[in-house]
Ligand binder design. Structure first.
Ligand code: GDP
Ligand code: IMO
Ligand code: MG
Length: 423
């Protein structure tokens, strides 16, 4: 058996959570491989909406295991809120949680001071800030690669508190350099309560667990967070997150060898959104963008910030498909474009006066503009999902033709049921 990967091809919030939930009945194990609570994955079923930040989106289905892999960074406070909600709203007992939700000993911990450092770093950048979610993601991955980080497995070590204090003292010196004011006492108390909550769960060496599961014929789906254009190497650097959000990240973030990767499912919206700063060639700073935001309810699941909106960007989509080795596409939020009589697609850019069809390594928005093709909108509600309107079918085949990858699912609403499977 191989591990299938599901990830976002744009700047995040493509609808990964919804689709993982839809696909979970086909899998035994769902595993998050990178990112942390900067993610907000929304699921809707039975008229209720649920947002997950750290926990894989398979958790609401029966008979499966959810794994938080080594590539993930965990904030014990946010994680406690998530598990408390599962206990209270879904009656998941501690015993069931221990069975259903397993955490890699190698996943790193976000400390309260990582959050302060994230805020201090953003404040020091002024106008050129990344627009981070301020969840401490960047500083935690910096400590990971700087070989100073604390891992889940360390929680059980007798000198855990001493190691925590050592790292916090280092952070305090950095915060003093930033002249950043903070109050650690309350948040530190909550953090150690979060650590006690984590101890109720099972820590595993997930690389062994997953490889043994594959050998035993179990089906695994790796759930990405963020999106390919936020990848630390291939995204719109420096306006990116601090992990590898692409397929290769599933290998390093779970311990699954490249040859063990099966299908790569790429999720994209029928248009584009971005939250936070950074280049966005097909952004619409006008009434049309406002309409997309309103109809698509484009406000961040983690921070509540308004998402920037624009047309589908084909060169960027093709780039993401190439880097990830996408084998099938799923198009999300088609319904959001129901009322548009015309749909535009960015097909190339003009960069420093020349036409190009790839994203340059660094973009000054003043030097780059998007070129569009116009397609006819379907301009109708998608009630009868068995027979999609011909103009929507035309949009789908236009994207398939330009990318060379089939679209296997079209999503027409936030609910589990509002999902059209194609062949
Ligand atoms: P994720 O981070 O990729 O899991 O995506 P988010 O959950 O942050 O953002 C996607 C938003 O769109 C959520 O509010 C979903 O409930 C919603 N959503 C997902 N699919 C659809 C769809 O097909 N149509 C509409 N209208 N909303 C959708
Ligand atoms: P999901 O998994 C959308 C963005 C932030 C910021 C940049 C860096 O829900 O798709 P960070 O906090 O990671 O240092 O922020 O990345 N960002 C996301 N945007 N969806 C996400 O996750 C995101 N996670 C981070 O807005 O621009
Ligand atoms: Mg999200």
């Amino acid at each position: 058996m191989k591990t299938d990967v599901l990830l976002g091809l744009q700047w995040g919030d493509e609808g990964k959570g919804k689709i993982v939930d839809v696909l979970t009945p086909n899998y035994d194990i769902i595993a998050r491989f990178q990112g942390g609570p900067n993610a907000g994955h929304t699921l809707e079923f039975n008229g209720k909406k649920h947002v997950l930040h750290t926990i894989p989106s398979g958790i609401f289905r029966d008979n499966n295991i959810n794994i938080i892999g080594n590539g993930v960074v965990i904030d014990p406070i946010i994680f406690k809120k998530e598990t408390d909600a599962l206990r209270e709203k879904f009656g998941l007992s501690n015993e069931l949680l221990r069975k259903k939700l397993l955490i890699s000993t190698r996943a790193h911990l976000i400390l309260p001071t990582h959050i302060f450092l994230d805020k201090a770093s953003e404040a020091s950048k002024g106008e050129s800030k990344i627009g981070s979610t301020q969840k401490g993601i960047g500083p935690t991955y910096m400590d990971k690669t700087g070989r100073n980080g604390l891992r889940i497995g360390d929680i059980l070590a007798p000198d855990f508190k001493a190691r925590y204090d050592f790292l916090v003292n280092k952070h305090k010196q950095m915060l003093a350099w930033h002249q950043f004011d903070y109050d650690l006492s309350e948040i530190e108390k909550m953090w150690f309560e979060g650590i006690e909550n984590l101890k109720q769960l099972e820590f595993i060496e997930s690389e062994h667990y997953l490889n043994e599961a594959m050998a035993g014929g179990k089906k695994i789906l790796a759930e990405g967070a963020q999106g390919s254009l936020l990848d630390i190497d291939f995204g719109t650097y420096p306006f990116v997150t601090s992990s590898n959000t692409v397929t290769a990240g599933a290998c390093t973030g779970l311990g699954v060898a490249p040859g063990k990767i099966g299908k790569v499912i790429g999720i994209f919206k029928a248009y584009c959104t971005r939250v936070g700063s950074g280049p966005f060639p097909s952004e619409l700073n006008n009434e049309t963008g406002e309409q997309m935001r309103k109809i698509g309810n484009e406000f961040g699941s983690t921070t509540g910030r308004a998402r920037r909106c624009g047309w589908l960007d084909l060169p960027a989509l093709k780039y993401a498909i190439m880097i990830n080795g996408v084998t099938e596409l799923m198009m999300m939020k088609a319904d959001v474009l129901n009322s548009f009589s015309e749909i535009q697609v960015c097909t190339s850019y003009t960069y420093k006066g020349k036409k190009i069809d790839h994203l340059p390594y660094s973009i000054d928005p003043k030097e780059l503009s998007a070129n569009y093709e116009t397609l006819k909108g379907w301009n109708t509600e998608l009630y009868n999902t068995k027979q999609l309107p011909s103009d929507l079918l035309n949009y789908i085949s236009y994207i398939e033709k330009n990318t060379g990858v089939p679209i296997s699912i079209v999503s027409v609403g936030p609910d589990r049921e509002q999902t059209i499977l194609r062949n």
